[in-house]
Design a protein around this ligand. Structure first.
Ligand code: 5GP
Ligand code: ZN
Length: 112
């Protein structure tokens, strides 16, 4: 938990969110500015600023995120039509919120 982090506050419920999934280590919610009909954010509950900050021996959390993404894609009806998974990393990668998160985007034709 980082008290200055927006997503830590969302995970703790200090800032409201549209939760779509939660377990002991993960939290997922709707993006506040959706870029497509389905736009979800999947985050580890543990605060890592970027992917670079996850120790090798804790990278299992990334597999767990992908398991959740697979379930959410089915639940939100985009598993077959198609979807995109993104993890923007650091400034030139377009990262704005420095708590690791994966975007799950779908529900329309996405362009490169
Ligand atoms: P990034 O550019 O860091 O990969 O993406 C951050 C994402 O968080 C953006 O898509 C943005 O719309 C979303 N976001 C920022 N603030 C909030 C918020 O308070 N609530 C929710 N649900 N999403 C947010
Ligand atoms: Zn955080």
């Amino acid at each position: 938990m980082n008290s200055d982090c927006l997503f830590c506050k969302i995970i703790k419920g200090e800032i409201p969110s549209d939760k779509v999934y939660e377990d002991d280590t993960l939290y997922a919610f709707k993006d506040i500015h959706p870029k497509a009909p389905v736009h979800l954010l999947i985050v580890p509950k543990k605060h890592y600023p970027t992917l670079n900050d996850i120790p090798d021996n804790e990278m299992g959390i990334i597999a767990d995120i992908h398991v959740a993404i697979k379930k959410l894609a089915l639940e939100f009806g985009v598993a077959e039509s198609g979807y995109r998974v993104l993890a923007n990393t650091n400034k030139e990668g377009g990262q704005v919120v420095f708590h690791v998160h994966y975007h799950l985007i779908g529900g329309r034709q996405l362009r490169a």
